[in-house]
Ligand binder design. Sequence first.
Ligand code: PLP
Length: 453
Amino acid sequence: ETITKLNELDRKHYLHPTSSLKQHQESGPKRIFTEGKGIYLTDVNGNQYIDALASLWNVNIGHGRKELGEAASQQMGKLAYSSSFNNLSHETVIQLSEKLASMTPGDLNVFFYTSGGSESNDTAFKLVRHYWKMKGQPEKKKIIGLERAYHGITMGATSATGIPQFHNMTTSISPDFLHAAAHKTNCELGDKSDPDYFRSIRGIIEKESPETIAAIIVEPIQGAGGVIISPDGYLEAVRKLCDQYGILMIADEVICGFGRTGKMFGVDNWNVVPDIMCMAKGITSGYIPLGAVAMTERLRDNLAAVSNDVLFHGFTYSGHPTACAVALKNIEILERENLADNSRQMGPELLKGLKFLEDKHTIVTKSRVKGLLGAFELFEDREQGIPFNPEKMAAPKLVEECLSRGLIVRAVTFGGTNIIALSPPLIITKEEIEKITLILSEAIQAVKNNLKF
Ligand code: PLP
C-alpha cells in the first residue's frame, strides 16, 4: 500500500528531469529505488538491478561507499559551508585544487568550481568570451559545438548541444553558437574535397572568419549522443586547427573524466591537451553535486584588465567545502583501487560481450567500447544498413526488457538511431560483465519475438 502511495505522490508532485510526461501521467515512475551497493540498485519491491549505466554515467566508484558519507559528515561537522567570494578561501578547496592539478593533463593547473556539468560548460563559454574581450577582441565570441554533442541544459550548454530535441525547450538558442558536423578528421586537416567541408569546424571557421570564433567544444567521446568515439587523429586535428587559428579548445570531460574511458581523462587517450576542460559527474561519483572547470595559468592570467579587475562570475556553491571533501575521498578511492586501470582492462571484456551479442543476434551491430564506455546498435537489416522504423521503438523496447530482467541500460534514439549505451561502475568484474551480456541477450531475444524477427 505504501508503494502505491509513493507512486501516486510521485505522479502528483514530482516533475521528472528528461522524462516522458505522457508515460509519467499514465503510470507514474517506472521504478522507485531505495538502496545502492556496488553495481546494484534495489527498488521498493526488493528487486535488484545491475546499474550498467552507473546511473547517469557518473557513479564511477559504485554505490554505497560509506567512506564518502563519512568524509561529508566530517566536513559538515567542521565547516559545512563557506564562501570563496571576495578572495576568501578554505582548506578543502585548496587541497582539491592541488590534487586536480596533479591529475589533469599538461598545464591545466587552475580550477573554478560549479555544481555540475552544465554550469561548468556555461562557465567555460563565459570565460573564453571574457578572455578574448580582455585581449581586445570582443568580437571573438562564437562557440562551435558538434552535431549530436550533449553539453547540458542551462542556456549556453543547451545552445552548444547538437541534439535538436534539447533545443525544443527554448524558443531560440543563444546567439553565436554554431554546430559543425562531427569527426570530419580529413576536413579538419585541410582536405577541401569532402562535400561536407563547409559543415566541418575548419570550413565554418573559414566561412565565419577566425576573428569571430572564441572556442570549440568537443566531448572526447560523445555520450548522450550515443557513445560516439572520436576517431584516432580527430582530437589532434582539432587541437592543431585551434593552434593554427588562435581559437581556444574546450574538452567536455563531464562523462569521460575520472577513469571512464580507461584513462583518467578522455583526452589522455589521444595525448591532447585542451585549453579548458569541463568536469562534473565522476569527480564525486555522483555522491554530491560538484563540477569543475580546469584552465591554464596563462588563460587565468589574461582574464583581468586594469580597468576591469573583478571576475563577475561565481556560484553560491562554487568550491562548496562538503562537495570538495567528497571529491577528495572519491579521487582517493579511484586511485587506491586503480579504477582507471580496471576500466581499461575490463573494456575488452565488455567488447567481447557485445561481439557475442552480434554473433547471436542479427539485429545487433556497430559494437564499440573505450574503457567502460560502450554501445551497440539495433538495425532491421545490418548487412544492408537498414534501420528499424522509429515507430517500432526497438531500442526503448530493449531498455524495458532489460529493466524487467534487472538490468539498467540507456537507449539513444535521436535522429532515428537505436543505440544502447553502457557505462557501468568502474569497479565491475569480468563475471559481472558476463552477467550483463546474458541478460542483454535474453532481452534482445524478447524484442526480436515482439518485432516478429
Ligand atoms: N556534458 C556532458 C558530456 C554530459 O554528458 C552532461 C550530462 O549528462 C553534461 C555536460 C551536463 O551535466 P549536468 O547534467 O551535470 O549539468
